[in-house]
Design a protein around this ligand. Sequence first.
Ligand SMILES: [Zn+2]
Length: 237
Amino acid sequence: MNSKITSKQIESDMRRLLRNMDFVSRHPALKHDSAEARRFAEIYQQLGLAWEFLALQCDHRDGWRKLRDGKSACKVCGLIRGAKEQWLLLPRDGKKIIGRHAVPNSKRKFPNRKAATVVNDTIDFHGAKLNVEVLNQHGCNDRWFRKHDWTIAADRLVRLDEDGIEVRFDSHFVGVKLHKHKRGEMPPYSHFVWELPRKFLKKFPVMLEFDKRRQFTGLTIFKPDADKSNPKNRNRK
Ligand SMILES: [Zn+2]
């Protein structure tokens, strides 16, 4: 799809579409409940969907027309200003952008996680799964937490799943899980590196990275089953 469709083109496509919608909506067959009327009603729904998709290509930059009920509609596509669009239009080539950098947006304490949710959105992108969840400060529905009046801090949680490995980001931690902890299983041990004996460390496929000033800059984890996840080796025994 050409991403530089002009508003003139959209305007003429839109006019044609609206003429079709008018034609269908005024069709005499609609006066009686018949198979034909149902077919026309179905066509009208389809045209409505086409209108939604066409409106996605409009940047609503040609100004807004005042409506009787005080709302404004785009002069080109007729979208009501401030109305939530149901679909996203993404360019096939180039960088895709969905949403802005969402952060907690209220100092209030919300009664539960659902009410505190600013964003909770997931995308499956060429096989990698990404979830962003942004929450305001909230209480907890869980009975134990409620009794102790716990407050869960506002946070931005980002989770990436790739090839069975999960990376989680929140305000304080970056966590990597190679094996997901199953319910009912004992949670894994957790220690700082300097707390562990050398014989343990020798078995852990981790390299710590630091710079000249001995500032920690990152780490590398060798995937334990890299042979399996490398597509070249997948069929090898
Ligand atoms: Zn528009």
